[in-house]
Design a protein around this ligand. Structure first.
Ligand code: ATP
Ligand code: MG
Length: 361
């Protein structure tokens, strides 16, 4: 019997969203909390970003915007805000995406600056390490043909990093910066809006690759840990100039308790020389994770969730978390380490041994 190719029909259905409340007005339009409706009273909360009519009617913008949206459509990762749908009404384009109940990193930083508080060192490292993992995934993402898609975020900034109440860190707005650049150049501005989070190569109109995102994340990390922005001034040209050549001050001049190991990671992300900077977000993630976990029970999403609830939302922190124990009790004992190692060897022995896994890299 010859095998016939299975035929799967298409399903056509109009989507319906109801805007529930305005969350924020952003650079390109507004962001709403919305409800998506399905059959028999099914409802799902989503975030809906509408693209301003002035953008939606610009052909070049739309071309790039759609191209990038298609590229990032299949990014599905814990540390990335998932896009569900790109739609169009008569007047504008919109993006339906995962609704994040929480706050953005800009608010998180502002809170600390306003109250003259330092972000706990471990928590700062944790947040940045999560963004690194999201970036690493996107940078390595391959298309259906197996080729790396070459996704670069280009707009890594505190507003585009969100933290859920559950302590999950999520990077958003993949694929938007490239199209936006067209508009802002037309409007006569210099490059893109947020020049203070640019890499030096972006600021010089040079070609950028994934290492540009690493630099931008370095700027965010500096601000998160010290409350101080390295390059920002009131003047856009001066800020651009700073990005290109201002010597980067030792972060310990703003905060003396920063550990040497963490400062090294931060300064490596902020290397202007592309060859000495971290070559991938994954390398940076590894160094941060080693810093947080190699000799102690480091922070988890529960730590972050408890912290946000307690310090920013005025709620009761309710997650069990070893990080809240005194530091002296947090250290992982030698015996525990060797037990974990033994368990890992037993469970993953074959995988860890290249001669048995068949990979032998
Ligand atoms: N998926 C989401 N869920 C909940 N809130 C969101 C979501 N996406 C964005 N927001 C909120 O809306 C704000 C505005 O987002 P928007 O991306 O439009 O502008 P922006 O991030 O301020 O600037 P930019 O245009 O440069 O990205 C964000 O800062 C965030 O607080
Ligand atoms: Mg944004």
């Amino acid at each position: 019997m010859s095998e016939s190719k299975p035929h799967f029909p298409s399903i056509r259905e109009e989507k319906e969203y109801k805007l529930v409340r305005l969350l924020a007005e952003g650079g390109m339009g507004a962001v709403y909390e919305a409800k998506q409706f399905g059959a028999e009273g099914f409802e799902k909360t989503v975030a809906l970003k509408t693209i301003l009519e002035s953008y939606s009617s610009n052909m070049e913008f739309v071309r790039l915007f759609i191209g990038e949206a298609k590229l990032v459509a299949d990014l599905v990762h814990e540390h990335i805000v998932q896009v569900y749908h790109l739609g169009r009404t008569d007047e504008f384009y919109y993006i339906a995406m995962e609704y994040v109940e929480g706050l953005n990193l800009e608010k998180f930083i502002d809170h600390h600056v306003e109250h003259q508080l330092d972000v706990p060192v471990d928590l700062g490292a944790y947040i940045i390490s999560r963004v690194c993992r999201g970036l690493e995934y996107a940078h390595k993402k391959r298309g259906h043909d197996g080729e790396v898609l070459g996704i670069v975020h280009r707009d890594v900034s505190p507003k585009n990093v969100m933290i859920t109440i559950e302590g999950v860190v999520k990077l958003t707005d993949f694929g938007i910066a490239k199209a936006r650049q067209v508009m802002e150049q037309e409007e006569g501005e210099v490059l893109m809006g947020k020049v203070e989070y640019m890499s030096p190569e972006q600021a010089q109109y040079l070609e950028t690759d994934l290492r540009s995102d690493v630099f931008a994340l370095g700027i965010v990390m500096y601000e998160l840990l010290t409350g101080h922005h390295i390059f920002e001034t009131d003047d856009i040209y001066e800020t651009l100039n700073n990005v290109k050549r201002k010597p980067i001050p030792d972060p310990r001049t703003f905060r003396s308790d920063l550990p040497e190991g963490l400062v090294k990671i931060l300064m490596k992300a902020l290397e202007r020389d592309l060859d000495t900077r971290y070559q991938t977000a994954g390398e940076m993630a590894f160094d941060l994770e080693y810093f947080m976990y190699h000799d102690r029970y480091g922070p988890t999403l529960v730590t972050l969730s408890n912290y946000i609830k307690e310090h920013l939302l005025g709620q009761v922190a309710d997650g069990h978390d070893l990080q809240r124990e005194p530091a002296s009790q947090r250290k992982v004992s030698k015996e525990t380490t060797s037990t974990i190692q033994h368990r890992a060897d037993t469970m993953f022995g074959d995988l860890l041994d290249p001669s048995k896994s068949g990979k032998g890299e």
